[in-house]
Design a protein around this ligand. Sequence first.
Ligand SMILES: *[C@@H]1O[C@H](CO)[C@@H](O)[C@H](O)[C@H]1NC(C)=O
Ligand SMILES: *[C@@H]1O[C@H](CO)[C@@H](O)[C@H](O)[C@H]1NC(C)=O
Ligand SMILES: *[C@@H]1O[C@H](CO)[C@@H](O)[C@H](O)[C@H]1NC(C)=O
Ligand SMILES: *[C@@H]1O[C@H](CO)[C@@H](O)[C@H](O)[C@H]1NC(C)=O
Length: 441
Amino acid sequence: MASLPQAHLFSLILLSLTSFSISQTPLIHPNALVLPLTKHASTLQYVTIISQRTPLVPLNVIVDLGGQFLWVGCGSNYVSSSYRPARCHSSQCFLAHGAKSCDHCLSRGRPKCNNGTCILFSENVFTSKVSAGDLSEDVLSLQSTDGLNPRSAVAIPHFLFSCAPEILLQGLAGGAEGIAGLGHGRIGLPTLLSSALNFTRKFAVCLPPTTTSSGVLFFGDGPYALLPGIDVSKLLIYTPLIKNPRSVATRVYVTDPLPSYEYFIRVKSIQINGKQVPLDSSLLAINNNGIGGTKISTVNPYTLLQTSIYNSFTKLFLQEAMAQNFTRVSPVAPFDVCFSTKNTNGAYSTPAIPVIDLVLQNEKVFWRIFETNSMVLVGDDVACLGFLDGGLNQRTSIVIGGHQLEDNLLQFDLESSRLGFTSSLLLRETSCANFNFTSSL
Ligand SMILES: *[C@@H]1O[C@H](CO)[C@@H](O)[C@H](O)[C@H]1NC(C)=O
Ligand SMILES: *[C@@H]1O[C@H](CO)[C@@H](O)[C@H](O)[C@H]1NC(C)=O
Ligand SMILES: *[C@@H]1O[C@H](CO)[C@@H](O)[C@H](O)[C@H]1NC(C)=O
Ligand SMILES: *[C@@H]1O[C@H](CO)[C@@H](O)[C@H](O)[C@H]1NC(C)=O
């Protein structure tokens, strides 16, 4: 997604970093990596496991699709013989901060350097707390894959991350030691990993729907094989990823908004059972201030809709559900629109839950949301519409959240700036739990 000159500059820098690394440790060059995903019960955060340091330590980290980079809490228990802080004015600092600002220890109110160490501000997106961390490098080890099973582990020396104060971990799922940023910036995991291992700049997430099943995260291109032998990368429908020039400008240390590293798509309309939800279409485009549009988030457990969209959406959904003789029941927080599932022989799909379509670049391309992704079971006899009112001033009009992404595979193709999606894998008789994590070696 970077413009051409930046991308060129970036590959030059990385080339020098990686060729230096290769001379120290020979790397095999797999085409893809695979990581497990789980859903944490009380926080509903998605957790993965990485191995870092010398000797290697397995770390639980929270996945943030829009995060800028990997940060981990560094306290007295950070023990590693291969840890190096990145110096000010180093190529790593340059890579993290961009060419123009790197020469200055203070730029636009943000310190870049502290006593010779390059500073990187890390954010806990769940608490919105921000803290200065040391830009650092250490060994990162991940499992390679042929797309069918995990293969040998691959160690990447000098992998860039931010070493943040441990206090920033507050609010993360118990035991989590940082946040893995999958954003599209220069030091996001997708770009760093594909550059270090020379594979294509694509990654895919398949989120688990429950806290007892697992999901899967791939870096690199398919095949993405899910039992019983379905290559899900062949099922993808594509829509362009949209650039948002600006991100949230609320961080205290920033006087100018930073570019956004999140993933935006263009939803042109919303339909329920084929009927158009009436809404102000200007909300669906991103304006010059970065407001509006649709993004995909693993931070929000449920989709958030700007108030006017929410009101219109729930009104039509209720109308369609009532026409199917659903019985509306009292709201169960945080949801407003709930139905009884009694007398449906245990299946709340009979009568049929209205089908939701996010219509994309044209009428023929839509992301269909079926009942497992639209409804949330909140008790034995109640299911609620899993969409929430994000408020009148919600910055991004539609934030597609975790529940709507579960058991769907999403591929983020940064080479071609496009999103590939499958819709519910359950209709293909597979699920995100079906990657065969038994190593074939
Ligand atoms: C700066 O770093 C040097 C060398 O590590 C150390 O001796 C000195 O105390 C540090 N100064 C401050 C102000 O932290
Ligand atoms: C990276 O991959 C490309 C295409 O597969 C190949 O042409 C190139 O030689 C590789 N570069 C390195 C440094 O391995
Ligand atoms: C809803 O209930 C009415 C009255 O009992 C019935 O006539 C109608 O067929 C039902 N509609 C559906 C979609 O089941
Ligand atoms: C999973 O992979 C292992 C290793 O290749 C294989 O032995 C096993 O049969 C696979 N499991 C299934 C259910 O296919």
